[in-house]
Write a protein that binds this ligand. Structure first.
Ligand code: AMP
Length: 368
């Protein structure tokens, strides 16, 4: 099959590696001159809303997908009659707008933090009264990794928040004092079959994912996440991989957001599961049977951010993925996955890698 992928970052690169193993060929569209996926297929250098370039990609492909969720939906919709586009544009539209996303969770009875649509300074004052403080003000669109957000702790900050963000459409959200964060990742095929990966626990720093661990050994949480995932996948008539990010509060899950694509917190599936999220995404969109999501023991994934120290390259305890990107502070350059027969073994390996990355000896604090 010929697969057209919009976006050619590391997610596109890993989709491309999985496509090779399935005997598929990928081509990409991306505005950057030398993106990571260039090693797995030709890249047309064009903006994501360049309809001519999108049409050319559609013409050269049997199916189109995307690895990046800020693709302009209208541009994508304009080519959806030429070639199947998966995941469906309706899912992308709702994932791009935090208000639509939260209304979807509400409609599907997926619990979520209290929220309020904000179109004026008065709405923001009303949100403070209705939700209480602290709350977080977020732009409805184009926010990622914590960008476009303002933490509102005092009523006196209402004007400042409005001055900083008021030019965009906003929502206000209750600030959740969560125990930890998890993501549920699953795939649905054109025929409606669903597979779900074990729940993954995630740690962030400065809004960027640092470490993921799977599985989360809590059956109650896992079965709730499964119910929410199935509801979302069915309602959206979804095809491909979807990731749902949730906050854990005691025995409850509160939905934060979903991503209609393969997800950083599912990178461990390359070595840690029978079928990776990348392969299952391709299987779903090319109408092949989905693969098993069964795990090989316990898995951990550590993102390599800003630089990949030389010491990490010589470690013999993990699977290194170097995306081939130029180092830059805060940039995801690669990741390492470790496997263990037990959580303790997995965590020991993660700690060893963390110490190699930071230069701080293992045992000097938990791997967050
Ligand atoms: P987001 O861009 O919405 O995914 O937010 C990035 C990160 O900010 C999340 O992974 C959480 O760690 C944190 N965060 C976002 N919204 C909330 C919230 N309502 N309560 C607590 N933490 C939040």
């Amino acid at each position: 099959m010929r697969i057209g992928i919009i976006g050619a970052g590391q997610l596109g690169q890993m989709l491309g590696f999985a496509a090779r193993n399935l005997g598929d060929r990928c081509r990409f569209l991306d505005p950057s001159p030398a993106p990571p996926a260039a090693v797995v297929g030709p890249v047309a250098q064009a903006d994501f809303d360049d309809v001519e370039a999108l049409v050319a990609l559609a013409t050269a492909s049997d199916v189109l997908t995307y690895e990046f969720e800020n693709v302009p939906v209208d541009a994508l919709q304009s080519i959806a009659d030429r070639v199947p586009v998966y995941p469906p544009c309706t899912a992308l539209r709702q994932a791009q707008d935090r208000l639509l996303e939260k209304r979807l969770f509400d409609r599907l009875d997926i619990p979520l933090p209290a929220y309020h649509a904000i179109d004026s300074l008065q709405d923001l004052r009303d949100a403070v009264d209705a939700i209480g403080l602290p709350l977080v003000v977020k732009t409805r669109r184009l926010g990622y990794d914590g960008k476009g957000q303002f933490m509102l702790r005092e009523p006196a900050q209402v004007e400042t928040a409005w001055q900083l963000l008021g030019e965009s459409e906003l929502i206000a959200e209750q600030w959740v004092d969560f125990d930890y964060e998890v993501s549920a990742i699953g795939a649905r095929s054109v025929a409606g079959d669903v597979v779900l990966y074990p729940l993954t626990r995630n740690s962030h720093q400065d809004g960027i994912l640092r470490v993921s661990r799977a599985p989360v050994a809590n059956n109650r949480l896992a079965s709730r996440a499964d119910v929410y995932m199935r509801a979302l996948l069915e309602d959206l008539d979804y095809v491909g991989v979807l990731a749902l990010e949730l906050f854990v509060v005691g025995d409850e899950l509160l939905a934060n957001e979903f991503a209609p694509r393969v997800h950083n917190s599912g990178h461990w599936t390359i070595e840690g599961a029978v079928t990776s999220q990348f392969e299952n995404h391709l299987r779903a969109i090319t109408e092949r049977p989905l693969g098993s999501t069964e795990m090989h023991g316990c898995a951990g994934m550590l993102n390599l951010i800003g630089e990949i120290p030389a010491t990490v390259k010589t470690l013999q305890i993990g699977h290194l993925h170097d995306y081939g990107k130029a180092p830059r502070p805060g940039r995801k350059l690669g990741h390492i996955t470790v496997l263990g027969d037990s959580e303790a073994e997995r965590d020991r390996k993660l700690a060893e890698i963390r110490s190699s990355v930071t230069g701080v000896p293992p045992g000097s604090g938990p791997v967050s």
